[in-house]
Design a protein. Sequence first.
Length: 243
Amino acid sequence: METIKNIIIGFGKGGKTLAKFLAQKGEEVLVIEKSNKMYGGTCINIACLPSKRLIIEAANGVSYVDAVNGKNEMTAQLREKNYHMLADEKTVTVLDGEAHFIADHEIEVKLSNGKKVQYKGDRIFINTGAVPVMLPIPGLKESKYILDSTQAMDEKKMPKNLTIIGAGYIGLEFASMFAKYGSKVTVLDHNKEFLAREDEDISNAVKKDMEDAGIKFELGADIEKITDETSDAKITYQINGKR
């Protein structure tokens, strides 16, 4: 079992910044990332930057397909830059694999080829990032038509009809973006008030702007189940006891 002074699990913003800092002090660092599509972390690959790129492209009238291709080129360039920012350091090793603890200061890493290797670290930093939340709605996980935020940004074909569950900031961001590309968008939210944490004049203005863009809101919606049909998913829900 090889011993390394610093082990960082996850190549996200915090992990890459720490690894660079330690490397510049001459310390040995092993950075473990389970996906080579996630060098640099959530923000540049599947969140802030790609979503804002798609929103800007929609506002500028760029076609959906061209916008997705441009987004993919951007994230690929950023991943490459982030990878070399660490991998080119003499004291840094970047390893693709999935890590778990087997003892204090000891981890086992399953590599992409299935091989398992073990390391002991004087210091082990956990920087494992974020995952989409999947609500416990019957049929949601099983549906072949369901997209999480990551999958929605990777769709090659623009959805003609899109239902977004949740009128939070991310849901509204995607609703506005897809509506600008031409999708027919409906937003379902359990809360009866729209953006309840904001001042009423602000939430009213946002809702009006989005409705003017063709987005339909169903507030106070209690979703009962999701079932797959021939070409789409059927969402069964109630508002004030009525389906």
